[in-house]
Write a protein that binds this ligand. Structure first.
Ligand SMILES: Cc1ncc(C[n+]2csc(CCOP(=O)(O)OP(=O)(O)O)c2C)c(N)n1
Ligand SMILES: [Mg+2]
Length: 553
């Protein structure tokens, strides 16, 4: 039986359990939207900018337990807008499949309207670019794309379909999803790891994104039984309970100096399901690259990554959960409790940094007060998303998280991720609270997606720290060029964000003084039927959760 390529592509997506597709429509893939109109099991989420749509698909790829998020964009301008989301997914090892409509086959190569060479353009933001120039390959391309996106080091895969191919017919049948091959740890490696962990006096366990949510309870058991300190890595704070006694300190992009000084006393670092990046390794200084200054065990489900930058003493190319389970099954090593003081020492530093304390400011609200108040409203399944900027240091410091909750962000630090990721979280985790944090800079990069939230009747709470400035850059300017003027490069004139919110149909609130914080936040959290925007006029003096500008000068 012959059918259209579009129909086959849509059926293939459904066969891969896809229920949400993020897009901005385009004339280059009309056939696909036409076929989607006949499918009532998949929801097409129409966004306002491909950058927003791509962040949403990336967030979805984070929330589907290893399965890819899906994005569909038009050629040329459409894809160009989406690049930030692909860059994020590629660096963050997030599985994503992106469909891109291409010019018709007869005009290819002539620089036809909006034509781009995707193999060249996408070579550093995707794992693979698949061009479907023959209808017979359409469904096979989908199966291959999901397989590559979700296996090994996850990442984005692009499927390029010329406009005329969507409407072509084919005799090809549906290609079923490929089984995921999950590598287990080698018994000899496990013995060596168990031995190294038994002997270590001051081990560290860093846990990252390949450690799936369903393995977190076992990880906590391992930490308790083997007396191990566990540290979630940058932008993954929900992977270990911040209130747990075995919490060993957060490995942030700039880990607090007290935490890193204590960690540097360690005699074994086990990196569990974290690829390791410049960010997590404190710019390749801990562990030092390429030769780590302490014994390093690296667990990541892709042998190509292990040894790419660092030389680990032991490398396990497998699911980290399998390692945790295998260690638990081996039983507790002798004298593990001798490590109690080491764990307590790290935990004490962590707890002191979490204290809800801050100093008064006179040039606007100290954002610490806002975040500490929001922390009181956190429920067991709250999702928090964050844009990139100095405001996020307050979130990192004052908003303790735990398994069951979810933190989403562009780990590579792309501004604009906060609000779109919150919209995606509302759609993927219906019924749970979703809070998005952004600065005044990031808020207007993708804040238009508040219209998408209104359109799909979801209700994130969007908290904007307005210090009338690209504050992060101000801070770096101050540090690098002390005493030099900075304003020209970083100052911002902003709208009234509460009024802006109400123009969309969202509910707007304004905080100008610390005395309004508790009442306004309570009122904002009482709204559940539409998006909420809380416009906080924040201090620029308190340039981050850890720094005051006057102390920098
Ligand atoms: C898309 C993008 N553009 C530029 C940057 C560089 N950058 C990092 S933080 C920042 C300023 C953020 O300003 P704002 O959102 O107001 O937050 P603040 O630092 O003031 O708290 C900039 C421009 C980036 N990370 N991402
Ligand atoms: Mg700002």
């Amino acid at each position: 039986m012959s059918q259209s390529v579009s129909r086959l592509l849509v059926d293939s997506l459904e066969a891969h359990d896809i229920d949400l597709i993020y897009c901005v429509p385009g004339e280059s893939y009309l056939g696909m939207t036409n076929a989607l109109a006949d499918n009532n099991r998949m929801r097409l989420v129409v966004c306002r900018h491909e950058g927003g749509a791509a962040f949403m698909a990336a967030a979805d790829g984070r929330m589907r337990g290893g399965r890819a998020g899906v994005l569909v964009v038009s050629r040329g301008p459409g894809l160009s807008n989406a690049m930030i989301g692909l860059h994020t997914a590629f660096h963050d090892a997030t599985p994503m499949v992106v469909f891109i409509g291409q010019v018709e086959r007869f005009e290819a190569g002539r620089m036809a309207l909006q034509e781009q060479n995707y193999s060249r353009l996408l070579s550093d933001v995707t794992k693979l670019v698949i061009e479907v120039n023959d209808p017979i390959q359409a469904s096979e391309a989908v199966a291959r794309a999901f397989h590559i996106a979700e296996s090994g080091t996850p990442g984005p895969v692009a499927i390029i379909v010329p406009e005329d191919v969507f409407d072509a017919t084919t005799e090809a049948t549906l290609n079923r999803p490929r089984p995921q091959a999950i590598a287990g740890p080698h018994p000899d490696d496990l013995s060596q790891l168990a031995d190294m962990l038994a002997k270590a006096e001051r081990p560290l366990i860093w846990v990252g994104p390949a450690m799936r949510e369903n393995g977190l309870e076992e990880l906590q058991q391992l930490a308790e039984q083997w007396h191990l300190p566990v540290s979630p890595t940058h932008r993954r704070p929900h992977l270990f309970d911040a209130w747990h006694d075995n919490y060993g300190g957060y490995v942030a992009s700039r880990t607090h100096p007290d935490v890193i000084a204590e960690m540097k006393k360690s005699d074994l670092l086990v990196v569990l399901g974290e690829r390791l990046t410049g960010t997590v390794s404190q710019n390749f200084t801990f562990p030092t690259a390429p030769e780590p200054q302490l014994p390093l065990v690296h667990v990541w489900p892709d042998p190509n990554e292990l040894g790419r930058v660092w030389r680990p003493d032991l490398a396990l190319a497998c699911e980290p959960r399998a390692v945790v389970q295998a260690l638990l099954a081996r039983g507790v090593p002798a004298n593990a409790e001798r490590r109690k003081p080491w764990v307590q020492g790290l935990n004490k530093i962590h707890r002191s940094l979490m204290e809800p304390e801050w100093q008064q400011t006179t040039d606007g609200v100290n954002f610490s007060a806002v975040v500490c108040e929001i922390a009181k409203h956190m429920t067991d399944d709250t999702t928090v998303t964050s844009d990139a900027g100095n405001f996020s240091s307050f979130v990192q410091r004052y908003l303790p998280m735990k398994p069951g909750q979810m933190f989403l962000s562009s780990v590579v630090g792309a501004m604009g991720a906060g609000l779109p990721m919150a919209v995606a979280a509302c759609l993927r985790r219906p019924g749970s609270r979703v809070i998005a944090f952004a600065g005044d800079g990031g808020a207007l990069m993708t804040g238009n997606e508040i219209a998408t939230a209104c359109q799909y009747r979801v209700a994130p709470i969007f908290v904007i720290s307005d210090n009338h400035c690209y504050g992060t850059i101000t801070m770096h300017h101050d540090i690098r060029y002390p005493g030099r003027p900075y304003q020209a490069a970083t100052q911002l004139t902003n709208p009234d964000f509460a009024v802006w919110a109400s123009a969309f149909g969202a509910k707007g609130f304004t905080i100008t003084d610390e005395s309004q914080v508790a009442g306004t936040i309570a009122e904002a959290f009482a709204v559940t039927d539409r998006p909420v925007v809380i416009h906080c006029h924040t201090s620029l003096e308190q340039i981050s959760a850890w720094r005051r500008r006057n102390l920098l000068r």
